[in-house]
Design a protein around this ligand. Structure first.
Ligand code: MGP
Length: 215
């Protein structure tokens, strides 16, 4: 028997992965996501500017990597116990989670204000994430997949009321914006008494009071 034949299978697989520089194990292939996503975190630190406090955590391209990361991160409700003012951002790879990025510059956000109760927050956040990685915003009957207009989502932990937002690259096409809002509501199974509001980024950043749309 040669040296190679004596090696355990896993070791051989690892070696093959190394030699081909591949990330997919041919025996247990991982399930690729439609898009690669990046998890970001805002560390609450008054000494830092907003941009300095933005931390790029990790990219996820596979279902398994998504769950490994999700399970490793503190849940939003856990953060709310001792890390108020922190945020998670989950954006398509290559899009910086800020208004200034060219993918967001002409866009806006659907905003769900969740209040201070933590019990539903984790569930709404997870439903939003799964809707995004599972491409649930696109339907087979769509002329074009609506997921192309979604750049990312945010959960913001605030003592005055937690928020979840869905960021879109497009704010001017009302039909698309409203349809995405309706689908988001349905993905989260939002009760009818909870409303979501849409604002363009340049208006939400300038503190305008009136939402552009409401669903
Ligand atoms: P926020 O985290 O979106 O809302 O923005 P928050 O904390 O609920 O407060 P609100 O009352 O302003 O809604 C908080 C602050 O972070 C903003 O006023 C900006 O100073 C900064 N900030 C947030 N975002 C998303 C951006 C961004 O995209 N670009 C820049 N330059 N600053 C941002």
């Amino acid at each position: 028997m040669t040296d190679t034949q004596q090696q355990p299978l896993a070791q051989i697989t690892n070696q093959r992965d190394k030699t081909t520089n591949g990330t997919v194990d041919a025996i247990n292939p991982k399930s690729p996501l439609e898009f690669t996503w990046t998890f970001w975190y805002i560390k609450p630190d008054k000494r830092l500017s907003w941009e300095q406090s933005l931390i790029n955590l990790i990219d996820v391209s596979f279902v398994e990597d998504f769950w490994a990361t999700y399970n490793h991160l503190a849940s939003p409700s856990r953060l709310s116990q001792n890390k108020s003012n922190s945020d998670y951002y989950f954006f398509k790879k290559g899009v910086r989670p800020m208004w200034e990025d060219k993918a967001n510059a002409n866009g806006g956000r659907w905003l769900l204000t969740c209040g201070n109760q933590d019990n539903k927050l984790d569930e709404l956040w997870l439903e939003t994430l799964l809707g995004m990685i599972g491409d649930c915003f696109s339907h087979d009957t769509d002329a074009e997949p609506l997921s192309r207009y979604i750049t990312g989502c945010v959960v913001a932990i605030r003592t005055r009321g937690h928020k979840i937002a869905l960021w879109l690259s497009e704010a001017h096409n009302g039909t698309i914006v409203r349809e995405i809002g309706r689908r988001w509501r349905s993905i989260m199974n939002l009760p009818s008494n909870l409303r979501i509001q849409f604002d363009m980024h340049n208006e939400s950043s300038s503190g305008s009071q009136r939402p552009m749309y409401e669903e």
